[in-house]
Design a protein around this ligand. Structure first.
Ligand code: FEO
Length: 394
């Protein structure tokens, strides 16, 4: 990626990763990603805001070379995760006078993760500033988006907020600024669902802090730059709100068709009751799609066969993830089939301890669903409808 000017003296100098398809060896990246790094030339000091994943450090160095950067005074570390901090050691090697400016917690991480020596740091605290001459950087503590040390950097004169992971999107694209908001909305929602959703409460507070700043541009460290900050701020406001939608999601596995028949039947009877429903066959689905659905859904029905006396391992994986992502679900239930017994239901229920949910009567049957089993699924759909109505979920 070439170095590109955002405003006079402010450049995007990071890298696009077109090919990356998995993050943290867990999160699917259907659209790749980028590691955005920003260079600010002040009248007296030059600073770099975050770096790039070490696999892409050559691109960062090359961009700095194209801009003729001979001296970097400060490297701001908004976040210690290696996709942003991993090239700091290389920058310190090439620009030996540079100091890493960050908060005490982030400094500790960088010392542990990247072995950066103590004398390379300048430590700052919440709302402290650093002058670049004609430009001023203000540091804003924003813990838990999504690590405990995260912060934002606000370039006051240009009204640009550098948010690192927060408000970003895993999207490889040649544009610098968002122009197609609908496309970015989808990527940003996936990013929120996979990474930020467990920190909904902290995020609400950070959105209030941002409201108090005069922000004209938001420059995250993944995806595109927002020239219209209200677009992404409004989207986040909706995602972190306590509102849920009249929607049921059904992650499922079926080995010989019994559980699948139950899922198909339940999908139909929910549709008949005007409830939106999304089944996810866990052998086929991108787990990120399931995460996106968790942002808004009121209810989850986990559907599993019984394997070796317990739940199917793929269902266990999805259930573990649902619990870890802490979505704002209100209701949950379990459906499934067994041949000769087992503890599938207890296992699944025991994996949802993070969620503040009401459990609706499960439907666990022996063999292929018929008669009474189908009637129980009708009742489950009735119960879901009743609960959604009771809580005014539309
Ligand atoms: Fe993009 Fe938390 O790293």
């Amino acid at each position: 990626m070439a170095a590109r000017e955002i405003k006079t003296g402010i450049y995007s100098v990071g890298a696009i990763d077109w090919d990356r398809r998995l993050f943290d060896e867990l999160i699917p990246l259907p659209d790749g990603t980028s590691y955005n790094s920003y260079l600010i030339k002040g009248s007296e000091k030059t600073t770099l805001i975050d770096t790039v994943d070490p696999t892409k450090e050559y691109e960062l160095i090359s961009n700095l070379g194209k801009l003729g950067i001979k001296v970097i005074d400060y490297v701001i570390a908004n976040h210690a995760e290696q996709d942003h901090s991993g090239s700091i050691p290389k920058i310190l090697e090439l620009y030996p006078d540079a100091k890493v400016v960050t908060n005490p917690k982030c400094k500790d991480f960088l010392k542990d993760l990247l072995l950066i020596p103590e004398d390379k740091f300048i430590t700052i605290n919440d709302r402290e500033t650093v002058s670049l001459g004609n430009k001023t950087l203000e540091f804003i503590s924003a813990p838990w988006v999504h690590w405990p040390e995260t912060m934002f950097t606000f370039l006051k004169e240009d009204k640009i907020l550098f948010t690192c992971d927060f408000l970003g999107s895993h999207l490889a694209a040649s544009e610098l600024f968002v122009s197609d908001e609908a496309k970015v909305y989808e990527s940003a929602k996936r990013y929120y669902a996979e990474i930020m959703m467990p920190f909904r409460t902290s995020i609400k507070k950070h959105l209030e802090v941002i409201k108090g700043l005069e922000v004209e541009i938001i420059a995250p460290s993944h995806g595109l730059v927002y020239p219209r900050p209200e677009f992404i701020l409004n989207a986040y406001k909706e995602w972190v709100s306590d509102e849920v939608k009249n929607e049921v999601i059904i992650p499922y596995i079926s080995m010989h068709g019994s559980t699948k028949k139950m899922v198909d039947y339940l999908v139909d009877v929910l549709i008949e009751r005007c409830i939106n429903v999304k089944p996810f066959n866990l052998t086929k689905t991108d787990i990120g799609e399931l995460a996106i659905s968790l942002v808004d859904a009121a209810t989850i029905i986990i559907a599993s066969p019984t394997v070796l006396a317990g739940t199917h391992p793929y269902v266990a994986h999805a259930t573990f993830l649902v619990n870890a992502l802490r979505p704002k679900l209100r209701f949950a239930s379990v459906i499934g089939s067994y041949g000769w017994g087992g503890r599938m239901l207890e296992q699944i229920k025991g994996m949802l301890t993070n969620l503040k949910i009401d459990v609706i009567e499960p439907v666990i049957i022996k063999g292929f669903p018929r008669g009474e089993a189908l009637k129980a699924l009708d009742e489950l759909a009735d119960n879901i409808l009743k609960k959604h109505k009771e809580y005014n979920i539309t």
